[in-house]
Design a binder for this molecule. Sequence first.
Ligand SMILES: [Zn+2]
Length: 231
Amino acid sequence: MMKIVLNPGHLSTDDRGFLGTETEGGNNKKTVALIKKYLDEYDCEVVIVAQDDGVPFRQLGLKHPDATLFYSHHTNAYNGKARGTEVFFHYGRSLAENIAQRTAEILQTVTRGEKGAKKNNNYFAVINQAVKAGVKYQLMGEIGFHDNSKENKLIVEKRDEIARAIAEEIVKYLKLKKKEVKPMKKDLDIAQRWAVDNGIMQDMKWDEPATRHQMAWWFFDFHKKFIKGDK
Ligand SMILES: [Zn+2]
């Protein structure tokens, strides 16, 4: 099963000029939790590696060398006027491009595009650690400028949409399949009991596979009795 490592950038208390009452680190953490929630519906293992949990910055990218993808989530800051999304990568160019594009649409801003990670410049160090560790794809998103009041507002308001778009792009890129939801034996027993109690199935047919004709009859009978109200 593919392993995906998500990193919320910074400690959640790190403000970094985030307007309003939130911090960049805090918003990164909430966004990453949502990305995980959406990815958890797919056949993959999702791990969050965070400085909040005591992992030093210098080790964030090294923790899971067996991962297929490492994604570090951030928002950007510059002079209060700069705007747009950009995603840095070492390997994973088209995924970086698509995440920048999708999130720019949600934030009603411009995409600054995908950019090759520069050598060991502050957060690029994390990407380069993941490269060194042997992780296949490594990205870092700067999803909007949190010191730009218009973008800051949408970064907070559209957090869920941003997280879902990022998860969807990862799913497409890694060709992940939806987790199969198999009912438990306990649920099957409840369903059977309900079907018998409501006259849809007969107790004696319990373990026999129903033919399509039988199923059709049971549904028809159920419809007559309970949906049309024809007693
Ligand atoms: Zn940051």
